[in-house]
Design a protein around this ligand. Structure first.
Ligand code: HAM
Length: 420
């Protein structure tokens, strides 16, 4: 790997890609507040225990993927692998009274030491929301509808909502026992991870990607059939809410999601434009207990992978193409003119004239400066040499029409308004 290349699974972002990122961020800031969510920014590293406690010590993220390091004081810290745990810590720190709700959205970098592949990065970005303190199934329906609204606003068509329930913590033992009983006779033919999961995390055997494991999982008992009435009622309402809101969804009986904090509703949105890593977004209802807070906080939320949203847009031909970098290019010929160019560029910017203004200080030939102006896609070039400065004029060239005029400084604003 060349020394200046970014590390595997990370990337540098340049224009025009940056414009697409801004589009996602701006859409999030436009759509989520309409549902009463406000923006929250949390640190990108936390005490390691914030993640271990909440995501679950048996999850792939905690077992294999976290970037954990010690600070100078010997504390174990971790770069956030996801947003929910940090958001919950922040909410607990601020305090949430009984019956009160917090609805927040966030975006930013997350870090997981996974094997890089298309759509799977080590530094990736999520845009997510969390509604904490809300325990109604209608909230789940609204949250999923909000996600589909956001995705549609980004022009992404063809996303599929996959929906399942994990029921209440009280259901867990019965479901685990039924799954164990089902998988035990098959365990010899399953992957190493699943052989271990039989005792440590049998639910994850349902969604293992290994073909042999998947084949066996297809016939496994359905979680929904094993749940208590309260859990089944909750799920029925979520489904009803989604139908009433006109959100199409598919039941996905083997969807369990990779993090342990989930209860009741779990969902993902998949998109065929993504290839093997086909989850655009994932989320669900969760319960998190925090040190220093006796209560368990319950919430519903999701996170969408920003790289994957952009890949889905690209698969639909919606990627921003490279465009001009400059609108007005100032060519200065000679030392006097360079200083005049520096000042003129400043004035144009203050007066908001000429769009993106760039002055050339290189003292190169007219031809060389013109070549750069062309390469940058400038629509207007302003030329000053000793002659122009003496007369108080500027030679103005419209690069699209090749029209050229000598314009006094007083008339420059009018010329630029017409041509730039
Ligand atoms: P997650 O399913 O682990 O959930 O991640 C959510 C989304 O982040 C995925 O659907 C995917 O689009 C993206 N993603 C995850 N890992 C990578 C990666 N290595 N490279 C690129 N994109 C990736 C969570 O993180 C939960 N915190 C979601 C949530 C919020 N649940 C409740 N509230």
């Amino acid at each position: 790997m060349a020394v200046n290349e970014p590390l595997p699974g990370t990337s540098d972002l340049w224009e025009p890609e940056v414009s697409d990122w801004l589009l996602l961020e701006n859409k999030a800031r436009e759509v989520f507040p309409r549902y009463g969510y406000s923006e929250l920014r949390t640190p990108i590293f936390e005490r390691t225990e914030v993640f271990v406690r909440n995501l679950g010590s048996e999850t792939d993220v905690v077992q294999k993927e976290m970037y954990t390091f010690q600070d100078r004081g010997g504390r174990s810290l971790t770069l956030r692998p996801e947003g929910t745990a940090g958001v919950m810590r922040a909410i607990a720190n601020r305090g949430l009274d009984q019956g009160e709700e917090a609805r927040v959205f966030y975006f930013g970098p997350m870090f997981r030491g996974e094997r890089p592949a298309a759509g799977r990065r080590r530094q990736f970005h999520q845009v997510g929301v969390e509604a904490v303190g809300a325990d109604s199934p209608w909230m789940d329906a609204e949250c999923i509808a909000m996600l589909t609204h956001f995705i549609e606003e980004l022009g992404i068509r063809g996303g599929k909502v996959m929906l399942n329930t994990r029921g209440l913590p009280e259901d867990r033992d019965a479901v685990s026992a039924a799954l164990k009983e089902y998988f035990l006779p098959h365990v010899g033919g399953l992957c190493e991870d699943c052989q271990r999961r039989l005792d440590s995390n049998v639910w994850r055997m349902l969604d293992c990607k290994n073909p042999a494991c998947h084949e066996v999982a297809l016939e496994a008992p359905k979680i929904l059939d094993l749940l208590c009435d309260t859990s089944r009622d909750f799920f029925a309402r979520v489904c009803q809410g989604l139908r009433d809101l006109g959100v199409d969804f598919e039941l996905a009986p083997r969807l369990v999601r990779g993090l342990d904090y989930y209860v009741h509703t779990v969902f993902e949105i998949t998109h065929s434009g993504l290839g093997a890593q086909d989850a655009l977004a994932g989320g669900g209802r969760y319960r998190i207990s925090l040190p220093g807070d006796k209560r368990t906080l319950e919430g519903i939320g999701f996170a969408a992978g920003m790289e994957r949203l952009l890949l889905a847009r690209e698969s639909l031909g919606l990627k921003t193409e490279a465009g001009a970098q400059t609108d007005t290019y100032l060519i200065s010929l000679g030392e006097n003119a360079i200083l005049a160019g520096l000042k003129l560029a400043g004035e144009l910017r203050t007066k908001k004239l000429g769009g993106r203004v760039k002055a050339d200080f290189s003292a190169r030939s007219m031809k060389a400066q013109m070549r750069t102006a062309n390469r940058e896609g400038a629509s207007v070039v302003l030329i000053q040499g000793d002659d122009e400065i003496a007369k108080g004029v500027v030679t103005c060239r419209n690069m699209k029409t090749s029209e050229q005029a000598t314009v006094s400084l007083a008339e420059l604003a009018a010329w630029l308004t017409k041509h730039a």
